[in-house]
Ligand binder design. Structure first.
Ligand code: ATP
Length: 241
């Protein structure tokens, strides 16, 4: 993508001066970020830096204490179900398949075309009649992602999709995220596998103590990954004050 293309593309999701937290205490402060259609943006940072808080606030699960969120160019303070109707899909950190429903019914309940989901993740074909709770961790996350993408979102927020999964499965999940972006979806991705995330990302933000301390293209961040890992991504962080 050229710089000119980037400039004319309106952000599908934008945060301006966003501050949010818990019990009146901010965990993220004065955050500016944007996601444009067709790009994967990685949100990086050590434990406690505020990545999940950022996604929850952008999704409408946590109210902003200050600042603005724009979805599709319109300012919003609406809860998640309203943002979902406006094209936002949120994959939270906790696994979110229905454990007592079969894979097939999990897809149907999510309003997802089963064949389209199988095209995305062929591994699920032989597991269609298996209950969600009996799927492996990787299969559950494929199902979760298939449900989120099956709604053809304009914006996808993903929190730690690959927690505890083998690198091969992580790769497949991230490839599906990249493919969704290539079809025009704007993706904001929180991912503990930083290098793998940056390989499929276009840009990235690094958060530290609730603030953006670094932002660049994914290629530039990958070039400096050793420095970034030792300087920004090591060790737990305390909340912004
Ligand atoms: P991790 O990589 O460990 O998931 P994170 O970057 O996603 O970390 P957050 O989970 O957003 O970070 O946490 C940011 C700060 O907010 C931390 O100091 C955390 O202790 C605090 N925090 C998170 N959730 C809550 C909560 N429900 N109540 C109070 N404080 C919270």
């Amino acid at each position: 993508m050229t710089t000119t293309d980037e400039q004319v593309r309106t952000a599908v999701l934008r945060a301006t001066g966003l501050t949010a937290g818990y019990g009146g205490r901010p965990s993220i402060s004065d955050l500016d970020l944007e996601v444009r259609p067709g790009e994967v943006v990685a949100l990086l940072g050590p434990n406690g830096a505020g990545k999940t808080t950022t996604l929850l606030t952008l999704a409408g699960e946590l109210p902003a204490m200050a600042g603005e969120v724009e979805l599709g160019g319109e300012r919003t303070g609406a809860p998640l179900h309203v943002r979902a109707r406006k094209g936002l899909s949120f994959v939270p950190e906790e696994r979110s398949v229905f454990p007592s429903l079969s894979t097939q019914d999990n897809l149907r309940v999510g309003g997802v075309d089963v064949e389209a989901a199988l095209e995305l993740f062929p591994d699920l074909r032989k597991r269609l009649r298996v209950r969600g709770g009996l799927l492996s961790g990787g299969e559950q996350q494929m199902l979760t992602l298939a449900r989120a993408l099956g709604r053809r979102p304009e914006v996808l927020l993903v929190d730690e999709l690959s927690l505890g999964l083998a690198p091969l499965i992580v790769g497949r999940l991230l490839d599906a995220v990249r493919a969704a972006a290539d079809r025009g979806c704007g993706v904001l991705l929180v991912e503990q596998h930083v290098r793998q995330a940056l390989r499929i990302a276009d840009r990235g933000y690094v958060l530290r103590q609730g603030r953006v301390v670094l932002q660049d293209t994914a290629a530039a961040l990958l070039d400096r990954i050793d420095e970034i890992e030792s300087e920004y991504l090591a060790g737990p962080q305390v909340a912004a004050s």
